[in-house]
Design a protein around this ligand. Structure first.
Ligand code: SF4
Ligand code: SF4
Length: 73
């Protein structure tokens, strides 16, 4: 299984939670603090479990998530 981690641009996030529902690993949750727009934002609390499946990035309507993939060297 590929490994990676989500890179979340918290200032683009509007807290819609679509990515949280979409993540098959259930490793995303809403923050308890707010971004500069006054919105809660998604955080990844167990990035080591990310499979870089891209589901969160694809569903995000605001293109706030990029997936970093680890490659073997
Ligand atoms: S890439 Fe997949 S496993 Fe990783 S945080 Fe996004 S939805 Fe979850
Ligand atoms: S889908 Fe995008 S805008 Fe919605 S909570 Fe996730 S990162 Fe934020």
């Amino acid at each position: 299984m590929a490994k990676g981690k989500p890179g979340i641009d918290i200032e683009r996030c509007k807290g819609c939670a679509l990515c949280i529902e979409a993540c098959p690993e259930k490793i995303l949750k809403m923050s308890e603090s707010f971004n500069r727009q006054g919105q809660p934002y998604t955080i990844c609390f167990e990035p080591e479990r990310c499979t870089s499946c891209m589901s969160c990035a694809i569903i995000c309507p605001d293109s706030a998530i990029r997936i970093w993939r680890y490659v073997a060297v």
